[in-house]
Design a protein around this ligand. Structure first.
Ligand SMILES: Cc1cc2nc3c(=O)[nH]c(=O)nc-3n(C[C@H](O)[C@H](O)[C@H](O)COP(=O)(O)O)c2cc1C
Length: 178
């Protein structure tokens, strides 16, 4: 096995050796910065559910598809699958508190959170940078996560503000260069 995970300039961990790989994997992969979204849905009783996601990506323009990876122990994932639809709330720079709240399991994440239902019933969170309403297109288990692909039904950019960015476990704003 020649693949190595470099954790600093002088130190490499062979990923074939399970000792310390989890820590090295997290530390090295945390260097890849991402935007932050909260994926929401309605559960069977119509109550809102949602989770913070950094693995969101666009996939295809024609047909319009987006996707994200959800941990298989996520409590939100089964509701997204059962309801067959979700809303991707792209977070604004000032929504890092919401990002932290929706990264917890088993708490009332929507207490004190303003939202309105999209046409598919999934919550659109007030103050978001963008809303992307989706119908579930497909779901595929990959390792310990599920790839969730959505067909885009509506795209809304409610206000011209700045996005939230996540890098090395810290929330940031965006700085433009050039
Ligand atoms: C910035 C950030 C990005 C995250 N990205 C993901 C992700 O892409 N997929 C995932 O399954 N969990 C991700 N998480 C962790 C989930 O938000 C967390 O496991 C949450 O408890 C899931 O909630 P649930 O069990 O109620 O669904 C992320 C957390 C943070 C803070």
């Amino acid at each position: 096995m020649s693949t190595h995970c470099i954790t600093d300039g002088n130190h490499a961990i062979n990923v074939a050796d399970p000792t310390g790989v989890g820590t090295a994997f997290r530390e090295a992969l945390a260097h890849f910065c991402s935007g932050v979204v909260i994926v929401t849905a309605a559960n069977a009783t119509g109550s809102p559910v949602g989770m913070t996601v950094g693995s969101f990506t666009s996939i295809s323009m024609n047909p319009p598809l987006v996707g994200f990876f959800a941990g298989q122990n996520s409590t939100t994932l089964p509701h997204i699958i059962a309801e067959g639809g979700f809303c991707v709330n792209v977070l604004s720079e000032d929504q890092h508190g919401l990002a932290r709240t929706f990264a917890r399991s088993g708490v009332d994440k929507f207490a004190g959170t303003d939202w309105a239902p999209a046409t598919n019933g999934s919550p659109r969170l007030a103050g978001a940078h963008a809303w992307i309403d989706c119908t579930l297109d497909q779901r595929q288990s990959i390792g310990d996560h599920d790839l969730v692909v959505g067909h885009v039904d509506a795209l809304v950019v409610p206000q011209p503000n700045e996005p939230l960015v996540f890098h090395r476990s810290v929330f940031h704003g965006l700085r433009a260069h050039g």
